[in-house]
Ligand binder design. Sequence first.
Ligand SMILES: *Cc1c(COP(=O)(O)O)cnc(C)c1O
Length: 366
Amino acid sequence: MTIYNFSAGPAVLPREILLQAQAELLDWHGSGMSVMEMSHRGKEFTGIHAQAEADLRELMGIPANYKVLFLQGGAHLQFSMIPLNLLRGKASADYVNTGEWSKKAIGEAHKFGGVNVVASNADRNCTYVPAFDAWQCDPDAAYLHYTTNETIGGVEFSWVPVIGDVPLVADMSSNILSRPYDVSKFGLIYAGAQKNIGPAGLVLVIVRDDLLGQAQAGTPTMLDYKIHADAGSMYNTPPTYGIYIAGLVFQWLKKNGGIAAMERANIAKAELLYAAIDASGGFYHCPVALSDRSRMNVPFTLKNSGTPKDAALDGEFLRQADARGLLQLKGHRSVGGMRASIYNAMPLEGVQALVDFMNEFAGKHG
Ligand SMILES: *Cc1c(COP(=O)(O)O)cnc(C)c1O
């Protein structure tokens, strides 16, 4: 049976990469060593690291005045590192609230300075992107932070805010590399690896170099971007195996047509799944506004959502999906229902298998 893994993260990786990692596990390129056993300062690993960075720069078109950092601590640590490094003596930063992940970023930023929530979708249960013309941006803000894709709510920006000179900071943890972004529009981009890049334990930071070197007094050394930038992400031992796998993912993306091709595939997968939900006559329901539906994370409920009858049906849906090899479809505990995460590494066949199952299930239980 073919297994399709719809986990929100850690998430599916391309099978051919896992096979390559397996083949190279004990002896990387004739070195006689596993990548896990190599000195991070040896020529083998520094080569792996440099190649991964070069491939990422090529894929995303990262300009030369941006540093690429391979760090640890997940996206969560970035919630603190961003204010520590980017407030630069200013009174406050702007944040957009679009759901669970922006709320966490906002909560942490409060510890370091003023937070101005310029827009929020909380009035409609975090199911849409607030229209830009109503954002109350502060021209003196240290930066503006937003979450390009809310992994839990399934709300994704299809546009990039244009905010003048205030640096734009984006949490791209769950949609980086899934669609093209003009990096030059951002001051800082960050993404935990475990959704669209590689294994957990690695977080990617892309930061414009004029924003470095202004961390607030007392910032721990390990939380200062400048320290990591100056040391080429080798200030301490980096997450070497994660960087290696991320590098293989970047090569896989390049081989498969880059981000433009990935976006076409992601559009096709998302359209297929949303069409099945919308054509189910109300058996399945996605609460997110049509224009703001995520291509990566598709939340949906079954009919009679919230009733005891529905809870039983949810369980039945998950059991039968499991039996078909359609794994990890249970929705986030804060939202309930189902969530299908269909990142870059999910093939169209996986989404088709899910849609076939959903149609059959609705036919029996509708
Ligand atoms: C998963 C996720 C995070 C948290 O990542 P950790 O690596 O667990 O810290 C933050 N933001 C978004 C958008 C996410 O999807």
